[in-house]
Write a new protein. Structure first.
Length: 161
């Protein structure tokens, strides 16, 4: 919607229908492959992986004083204090590797998992139902945002450099 308003300021304050946009049903990724429209949503991912889109979903934890920190530390390290990778048992290391390489990759950076990733791993270790399709969808969104940011940055840099 914002892009339409930037192109045509007279659309400011109009509804999606008045702008000739489809009504909002859910958050989705829209693209096309060989001019065939492709739509990916949480429900699409749930259907592909044959898992209902239900369960706990925690995302965007940035606060270093988050209430999740002691919970995650107890689950991962059997301690209320933060541990290191070497302190994880073999099962947890294996699940962390599977998670980071297949389900919700961390992207660039060191081996240190983000708090969001630790919470996701906590759900698996405690057998608490996690909304896996939503986690995968959120990762796709983040990857798309990152690729657009990198593309803009690198194209801007090459013009200045």
């Amino acid at each position: 919607m914002d892009e339409k308003v930037l192109i045509d300021p007279s659309l400011e304050g109009k509804t999606r229908e008045e702008m000739d946009l489809e009504p909002f049903r859910c958050e989705e990724i829209r693209s096309s492959v060989f001019e065939i429209p492709v739509v990916i949503s949480v429900d699409t991912i749930a259907g592909v992986i044959r898992r209902a889109s239900e369960g706990r979903y925690v995302y965007g934890l940035k606060n270093k004083k988050s209430s999740w920190i002691p919970i995650v530390n107890r689950t991962l390290f059997s301690s209320s204090t933060k541990g290191k990778y070497k302190d994880l048992d073999m099962r947890t290391k294996m699940l962390l590797k599977i998670q980071n390489e297949n389900l919700v990759p961390k992207g660039s950076g060191g081996d240190k998992p983000f708090l969001d990733h630790k919470v996701f791993l906590h759900f698996f270790l405690t057998r608490e139902r996690a909304n896996v399709p939503k986690y995968i969808f959120r990762h796709l969104i983040k990857s798309l945002e990152d690729s657009q940011t990198i593309k803009k940055w690198s194209s801007g840099c090459s013009q200045e450099c």
